[in-house]
Design a protein around this ligand. Structure first.
Ligand code: HEM
Length: 158
């Protein structure tokens, strides 16, 4: 058991069930046409919410938008291969430690990404799809944090 309130140890994280995986894949296909625009909006909101994050990113965000979309696509692709999914997220998290990403930032990123998905797909995004996306992004964040050496969970912000 973990002593910290509201924090889940990695080995207790529940993996996605087949229904959730199906919902993620079908909703992702619906989003593809608007991916770039949505990524741009996501970063605008991120920098509005926490302006101190802007200097961590490159001035030209064009390739960043593409990289985020590609990463989400490969996460969706790896949902049948949990070990590879964990390995990919941990490697991404290790790089993010070098970018200056902290646990509190991940909570913000997860929340804003889900908000952008909802906005883009509304009204066609069902409650079950929305909660599957929240679960996926939480898993990605937790496995990234494990790769970044932030496995000793500090209490979440917010
Ligand atoms: C769900 C969580 C996240 C995902 C999927 C994600 C994904 C990515 C990807 C794919 C890249 C491209 C570079 C690479 O592959 O290493 C990247 C770059 C970057 N990410 Fe994230 N990220 C996440 C969370 C965060 C958080 C919480 C921060 C907080 C500061 C952050 C800050 C950055 C920065 C600063 C770069 C640009 C590095 C550079 O080009 O110099 N990311 N992210």
């Amino acid at each position: 058991m973990c002593d910290h309130k509201g924090v889940t140890p990695l080995d207790e994280l529940e993996w996605l069930n087949p229904d959730e995986i199906r919902l993620l894949r079908t909703s992702f296909v619906r989003m593809i046409p608007a991916c770039e625009v949505r990524s741009e909006r996501f970063y605008e909101r991120l920098f509005e919410s926490d302006p101190s994050l802007r200097p961590l990113f490159p001035t030209d965000m064009e390739s960043q938008n593409e990289k985020l979309t590609m990463m989400l696509a490969s996460a969706i692709d790896l949902l049948d291969q949990r070990d590879k999914f964990v390995e990919t997220c941990a490697a991404l998290g290790k790089r993010h430690a070098g970018y200056g990403a902290l646990r509190g930032h991940y909570d913000l990123v997860t929340r804003l990404l889900v908000e952008c998905l909802v906005e883009e797909l509304e009204p066609s995004l069902s409650q079950a799809e929305r909660s599957s996306w929240t679960k996926l992004l939480t898993l990605i964040s937790e496995f990234m944090l494990s790769g970044s050496g932030q496995t000793e969970h500090a209490p979440r912000q917010g």
